[in-house]
Design a protein around this ligand. Sequence first.
Ligand code: NAD
Ligand code: ISE
Length: 336
Amino acid sequence: MSLRVGVIGTGMIGRDHIRRLTTVLSGVSVVAVADVDSSVASEVAATVGAAVLPGERLIEDPGVEAVLVCSWGGTHEEYVLAAIAAGKPVFCEKPLATSPSACLRIVSAEVGFGARLVQVGYMRRYDAAYQALKDTLDRGVIGAPLMMHCAHRNAGVPAFYQADDMINDTAVHEVDMSRWMFGAEVVAVRVLCPRASGNAGGLPDPMLLILELSTGVLVDVEISVNARYGYDIRGEILGENGTAALGDPGLVVLRRQGGLTRPIPADWRLRFGPAYDAELRDWVSAVRSGSPPSGPSAWDGYAASAVSAAAREALSTGRRVEVRLTSPRPPLYDAH
Ligand code: NAD
Ligand code: ISE
């Protein structure tokens, strides 16, 4: 029997995940969709033969065994809490919620339920290039890490995208990646902004975050969201005995007509397609076998959100802001 999934939010990533669930993965079907824009929901539902339901009804529906939340960040808390209350596994796109307190309400509901139901869509952990980089680091090939330099460049962003989204929605990927890559918490953040790009459209773009990890490692993250030339994700670790950088996954390098070229992906769908496939394959397989999800947990979502909150304060005050996590971490998340 295939796993019957309901998807809330049929915008860009909701549609991409529905395509992946129905045409790339096996053992799963999309039986219901929800979106506040009912015309978009109906259009998408028709392509996969799913029912259209309001979000809360979709979660309660006995025909829906597991839920994917792909609506805007501000709506995640209510849907994830409803899924936990219904005892249904839920894959929630990042960020888990838009404030540390909202994330903690999810953590506490999951702890109250007594088992892990939530996975958060931090897909860098499933990306072949990031996994190879982590493997290189873990094998000691470059010695103990000292710093990591990251760039996260979007060709452009939608008109509704705000300054805080550069942190909550974009840099938050590098926050989660840094915690996973180095197995350490971010303890303080600074945010610096050079003069804004002529393409910035009112955003403090580009922006530089400096993350201090509990181990003394520093991670700097350049966020540019109107880079125009393409979607460019970079990362290089400086270790005591060498450096290791992300490779370009699956790109062909062309030498012809006196030139050397290689393509740059247009957006996140092209750069991270195989990573999204892998994260959902892993989630579907865990849910089908009745195991807890092994991907980023609600606690990881909370920790990333606490760093985002500190970074927003650092942006508005110009100060170094310390990150304080509620402690202790509940034992439910010990294997993480
Ligand atoms: P989008 O604007 O294209 O789509 C969001 C959809 O949610 C819209 O169709 C909107 O009508 C719907 N929606 C809003 N409020 C709703 C509600 N209360 N109930 C049901 N539907 C509602 O946005 P998007 O780019 O698809 O982003 C959606 C989420 O996915 C965001 O949290 C974003 O951060 C995340 N995302 C993650 C990645 C990634 O790389 N992991 C990439 C893109 C987006
Ligand atoms: C978007 O929501 C994503 O998560 C993409 O991965 C990121 O590159 C982009 O900046 C976000 O807006």
